[in-house]
Design a binder for this molecule. Structure first.
Ligand code: ZN
Length: 205
């Protein structure tokens, strides 16, 4: 399986990083070795001095598809979760300045903690608009958004990405992070909620 991540999908986050607002989705990949499950701790890597949290809505692909039409795209999702797109911001900044790929800063081992999955779409959530989520760092809310705030909704993301690469059952789509990103340190406690449901609860080691 592969992890597809979207960059700059919330206006305020693009602004806080002084990134241009994209006219089409920006995406990059993480390998399966990035995944951390079951609230296992996140180990700070030794190659960065500034690792940022980015909480994101994650959709799981439920069937194989290529060049998927936007109006059929929601039928390719079978579950939703929350994930953290950990980013070595110092390395990413260096890559951006040099015009290099982002993989070193985004795709390292352990960089994608993922929660349990909930069925989606569902009766309560026929689409992404009402999926509201927030991240608490050491008990204080640092990021907060709803699916309705995305620049490109998941149907558009799936249509766009699947023009370039086949989506397979079990692939994960990280849909970008809202404003409020910041650094983590050893001993930090991260908790993420989807609506009233606590989805992630883990420590930085
Ligand atoms: Zn991200």
């Amino acid at each position: 399986m592969k992890i597809i991540c979207i960059g700059r999908n919330y206006l305020e986050h693009a602004r806080e990083l002084n990134s241009p607002v994209p006219s089409e989705p920006v995406f990059f990949l993480k390998p399966d070795s990035a995944i951390v499950r079951n609230n296992a701790p996140f180990f700070l890597p030794d190659f960065s001095n500034e690792v940022h949290y980015e909480v994101e809505l994650v959709f799981r692909i439920g069937k194989l598809g290529k060049s998927i039409g936007e109006r059929f795209a929601m039928g390719y999702i079978d579950a939703v979760a929350l994930g953290i797109d950990f980013t070595a911001r110092d390395l990413q900044q260096h890559c951006k300045e040099k015009g290099l790929p982002w993989e070193k800063s985004k795709a390292f081992d352990g960089s994608a903690p993922i929660s349990r999955f909930l069925p989606f779409p569902s009766e309560n959530h026929p689409d992404e608009a009402g999926l509201c989520f927030h991240l608490d760092l050491n008990g204080k809310t640092v990021q907060k958004a709803c699916g309705a705030d995305m620049l490109f909704p998941p149907a558009k993301l799936i249509a766009h990405v699947s023009r370039f690469m086949t989506l397979k059952t079990g692939d994960l789509l990280f849909t970008g992070t809202p404003a409020g990103v910041g650094p983590v340190s050893i001993g930090d406690h991260l908790e993420a909620w989807l609506g009233e449901k606590k989805m992630l609860d883990f420590w930085v080691r």
